[in-house]
Design a protein around this ligand. Structure first.
Ligand code: SF4
Length: 292
């Protein structure tokens, strides 16, 4: 598989095959503790307003998983990455919007997670967002747990970097929404060929089930080129030309210190709209409101 040749992908064993991928990621964690299919390592749980993508403005419960197979220049969740160490604690916001947290053991059982979620359900929520990190690294847990989420009356929303299509297969039936990030090679260091192959395969898998709404989100940085945009657009179009593409101007963070000019966003929107039916520019609105 081309991905194995990529230089800057961390945890290369994740990219060989599904079984190896999961062993490659979780082996380290298992060797230190007791991760089983009814436990998941989390870094954050909270209730907020979705600030990105097609569900912007919807009330959601967010479950942020630990670990990622990529290292994007604009990553705003560095606490989910392995360099930050295996987390001992998961922070849980006690009152939505308060930025007041209680620390809990990071390794969380299905029952404990359900109890925390029920605690938020005194107020109506549209859906539950599984975010990260890369949630699909925890596909075996998700397969067991997502039916519980639906039984609580919540729709399920997966945010993913779109590289682990085989992990997706096992949980696709339990997903109402998939937000797939299109990762520009200039942001990940992964070769254009490997990126294209991984994202095309992922989108084809994701759209196999007609009842799951799938859209693509592309973070646009000052380095993102028109060629990268067009590669994404043509691939999306080949899979499904009615699929929504969200162009998200980068919020400066980490090594990304500059934003994108308005002219660039207008030009990118026009280029994409020649080939796709539904292209939207949406920045990270939760950050404007100082929400988690
Ligand atoms: S895929 Fe997401 S969590 Fe992983 S490095 Fe990129 S931005 Fe961060």
């Amino acid at each position: 598989m081309n991905l194995i040749r990529v230089k800057r992908v961390h945890c290369l064993s994740l990219l060989a095959c599904e079984g190896t991928r999961e062993r490659g990621d979780l082996g380290e964690i298992r060797s230190r503790g007791t991760v089983s299919t009814n436990q998941i390592r989390l870094v954050e749980i909270f209730s907020s307003i979705q600030g990105e993508g097609v569900l912007v403005g919807r009330r959601q419960i967010f479950v942020r998983t630990y670990g990622c197979n990529l290292r994007c220049t604009y990553c705003d969740s560095p606490e989910t990455l392995k360099e930050s160490g295996i987390p001992r604690q998961c922070r849980v916001e006690t009152v939505p919007g308060s930025w007041t947290f209680e620390g809990r053991e990071s390794l969380t059982s299905q029952d404990d997670l359900n109890a925390i979620i029920r605690g938020y359900l005194t107020e109506p929520h549209h859906s539950l967002s599984i975010t990260g990190g890369e949630p699909l690294l925890h596909a075996r847990f998700l397969r067991e747990w997502l039916p519980d989420v639906k039984a609580m009356g919540l729709k399920t929303f997966l945010e993913t970097n779109g590289f682990l299509s085989r992990h997706l297969e096992g949980i696709l039936d339990s997903l109402d929404y998939i937000s797939m990030d299109w990762k520009a090679p200039t942001a990940t260091g992964i070769s254009p060929e490997a990126t294209l192959e991984a994202h095309r395969e992922f989108l084809m898998t994701a759209t196999r089930r007609g009842n799951t709404e799938v859209y693509v989100k592309m973070v646009v940085t000052p380095s993102t080129s028109e060629a990268e945009l067009l590669t994404a657009v043509e691939t999306i179009r080949a899979v499904k030309d009615s699929m929504t593409l969200i162009l998200q101007p980068v919020t400066p963070f980490g090594t990304e210190t500059k934003g994108v000019t308005p002219q660039k966003m207008i030009r990118f929107h026009a280029l994409a709209s020649h080939l796709l039916q539904d292209v939207r520019v949406i920045p990270q609105t939760h950050k404007m409101m100082q929400l988690l």
